[in-house]
Ligand binder design. Structure first.
Ligand SMILES: CCCCC/C=C/C(=O)SCCNC(=O)CCNC(=O)[C@H](O)C(C)(C)COP(=O)(O)OP(=O)(O)OC[C@H]1O[C@@H](n2cnc3c(N)ncnc32)[C@H](O)[C@@H]1OP(=O)(O)O
Ligand SMILES: NC(=O)C1=CN([C@@H]2O[C@H](COP(=O)(O)OP(=O)(O)OC[C@H]3O[C@@H](n4cnc5c(N)ncnc54)[C@H](OP(=O)(O)O)[C@@H]3O)[C@@H](O)[C@H]2O)C=CC1
Length: 268
């Protein structure tokens, strides 16, 4: 367990911190003494989450679409004015929709690549230029997804997440001169608000899917947050450029074609 003051006075930005995994990460950092900023697109929902999170510690929020340069720059400006620095960036915002590759339109492909790869890069670049590079210090943790054997049924997100993993390796080397560490956490299937986005036919397969995972359950939001806390902490001072898979060994033994099979059954 980390000490209750493990992140005392650290300034932490969690994108997509209004719900699910991001909410848990924000809550855990607050309980360990950090000042936390959350952002997401939907201001009304963000405000409700911020009210709850502020019972755990010093919390700020700002609406921001990670795909929009202006939004991200305005967020950096707010953080600069309020806190004068940023210590930790957690790129958690993201998402996609299930679809067989042959049916993904240009617009759908671009929406998912923009959300998961381009938005993550934009956030990293802007926060590095505003804070981490001038400070000569910073920690970045990117939430991706377990894509070890691809992601049949969501090929667009598989490609985007693999892109983030590779970006992470490049930046771990390029920015080592600035004392910036950057890593990924790659979750398997996690019981979170995110799963509510999937249609009932897909949710129907979840019970069987859990049994097929070597650890016999989906992950919990705490499982992902624990990995983020480790990578953000001094315990991981010599860890950079990696992807930490949090999936109950799904990447080693699990039928990855399940989702694609359900999607094919809609069509036939
Ligand atoms: C099976 C278990 C897997 C578990 C592993 C992973 C789990 C998770 O990641 S859980 C987190 C899930 N949370 C989300 O996915 C929420 C966020 N997702 C989104 O907001 C959307 O999926 C988004 C990424 C597409 C949002 O981008 P946005 O620009 O807002 O997109 P639009 O809604 O305007 O749609 C643009 C375009 O994309 C195509 N499209 C969107 N949704 C679908 C869909 N359900 N099916 C097919 N195609 C879709 C479509 O082409 C849209 O354009 P229009 O046709 O003009 O609407
Ligand atoms: N749950 C799971 O099984 C898995 C989840 N993941 C990934 O983990 C992350 C968190 O997922 P989870 O908590 O489950 O799902 P949620 O759907 O609950 O969380 C996604 C969050 O990201 C925000 N968001 C999405 N797009 C943008 C954007 N363009 N700009 C700013 N914020 C955005 C959403 O808020 P708003 O709508 O207000 O913008 C929301 O708070 C996502 O990247 C997800 O894809 C990966 C593997 C498995």
């Amino acid at each position: 367990m980390l000490k209750s003051d493990a992140f005392k006075d650290k300034i932490v930005l969690v994108t997509g911190g209004r719900s699910g995994i991001g909410f848990q990460i924000a809550k855990d950092f607050l309980q360990l003494g950090a000042n936390v900023i959350i952002c997401s697109r939907k201001e009304d929902k963000l405000k409700i989450a911020a009210e709850e999170l502020s019972t755990y510690g010093e919390l700020s929020y700002q609406a921001c679409d990670i795909r929009k340069t202006e939004d991200v720059q305005e967020l950096a400006q707010m953080i600069k004015e309020k806190y004068q620095r940023l210590d930790i960036l957690v790129n958690n915002a993201g998402g996609q929709f299930p679809a067989l590759a042959e049916y993904i339109s240009d617009k759908g492909w671009n929406a998912v690549i923009n959300n998961n790869l381009n938005g993550t890069f934009l956030m990293i670049r802007e926060m590095a230029n505003a804070f981490f590079i001038p400070q000569k210090q910073g920690v970045i943790v990117n939430i991706t997804a377990e894509v070890y054997r691809g992601f049949p049924g969501m090929a667009h997100t598989g490609a985007a997440r693999a892109g983030v993993e590779n970006l992470t390796k490049s930046l771990a080397m390029e920015w080592s001169d600035f004392n910036i560490r950057i890593n990924c956490v790659a979750p398997g299937i996690i019981e979170s608000s995110g799963l509510d986005n999937y249609p009932p036919q897909i949710q129907d397969m979840f019970e069987e899917a859990q049994k097929a995972i070597p650890l016999k359950r989906f992950g919990r939001v705490e499982d992902v947050s624990n990995a983020v806390l480790f990578l953000a902490s001094p315990m991981a001072a010599y860890v950079t450029g990696i992807s930490l898979i949090v999936d109950g060994a799904q990447h080693l033994g699990f039928d990855k074609m399940g989702l694609a099979r359900v999607l094919k059954s809609f069509i036939s």
